[in-house]
Write a protein that binds this ligand. Structure first.
Ligand SMILES: Cc1cc2nc3c(=O)[nH]c(=O)nc-3n(C[C@H](O)[C@H](O)[C@H](O)COP(=O)(O)OP(=O)(O)OC[C@H]3O[C@@H](n4cnc5c(N)ncnc54)[C@H](O)[C@@H]3O)c2cc1C
Length: 247
């Protein structure tokens, strides 16, 4: 059985940043993810200066690398539109940009590969997590066992680590499934502005149009799962309606 000081479960922004944060801690670290990277993640892809600040605090080299890869739109404003089409526009303070998560998350994991001694396991699901008196044993989908003194759960909103270590699973009452796609030649949008539209026929839902790289727009819809079920809303249908009929 392979032994580590720390197992980080999930290599999204949280897990990869955590591995970067441990780069000079002298610890034997494993980082595992059930997917192989680059991988998709439904998201508006917008991020703020805080992401840069965190990486730069860990190491100025990491901060500089983020600035170097970013060719995304520089976002200065956000528009919020109410279900009755009232508009509120705000000016965003500080740095905001966007990078597709396939690029952003992969960039972070590549940096872990290049800049740390972390042992990385992709295509590896932490299926069973057992706490013992001297640490934790993770069993993966093919029966491989990894042992560590500590586990860090960064495995997203449906965290296996969280449910193995706490009783907090039932606190996840509000989930927001989403649909997202990239479009080019979107007319009437400004490439320095986020648009968030709250929808009259989808309670607790929103439609977004965010600037992305290469003149593309990230367009998506997300809504509260319970509301979708309660009002028998088909999100895919709503998305197509909004794209085709709603000016
Ligand atoms: C519709 C929508 C729009 C959003 N828009 C934005 C936005 O514009 N800007 C922004 O900053 N945030 C946005 N967010 C939030 C953002 O997506 C999350 O905050 C972010 O992804 C959290 O990162 P994470 O690393 O914690 O988890 P994740 O990015 O979810 O990564 C978790 C990783 O864990 C892995 N994993 C899961 N289970 C296991 C397991 N058992 N074993 C091994 N690996 C596992 C997964 O494969 C995944 O790679 C949005 C979210 C949604 C739903």
């Amino acid at each position: 059985m392979q032994q580590f000081d720390v197992i980080i479960c999930g290599a999204g922004p949280a897990g990869s940043t955590c591995a970067l944060g441990l780069f000079d801690a002298g610890l034997n670290v494993a980082l595992l993810d059930k997917q192989s990277f680059p991988r998709e993640k439904i998201c508006g892809d917008a991020y703020g200066g805080y992401a840069y600040k965190i990486l730069n605090t860990i190491s100025t080299k990491f901060g500089a690398k983020l600035l170097a890869i970013n060719q995304g739109a520089i976002i200065k404003r956000a528009k919020f539109v109410s279900p009755k089409k009232h508009l509120v526009e705000i000016r965003l303070k500080g740095f905001f940009s966007s990078l597709p998560r396939t690029v952003f998350d992969n960039f972070l994991l590549q940096m872990v590969k290049e800049e740390t001694k972390t042992t990385i396991f992709e295509n590896t699901t932490a299926q069973k997590i057992e706490v013992q008196s001297d640490g934790v044993i993770v069993t993966t989908q093919d029966g491989t066992q990894l042992k560590a003194k500590m586990i860090i759960g960064s495995d997203g909103s449906h965290s296996n680590v969280q449910s193995a270590l706490t009783n907090a699973r039932e606190t996840l009452v509000e989930t927001y499934p989403g649909i997202r796609s990239y479009y080019k030649n979107v007319k009437g949008v400004e490439q320095d502005c986020l648009e968030i539209h709250f929808l009259p026929n989808i309670p607790k839902g929103y439609f977004w149009i965010f600037p992305s790289t290469d003149g593309l727009n990230n367009v998506g819809i997300a809504a509260n799962k319970k509301m979708l079920a309660k009002h028998h809303i088909n999100m895919r249908k709503e998305f197509h309606y909004l794209m085709n009929e709603e000016p």
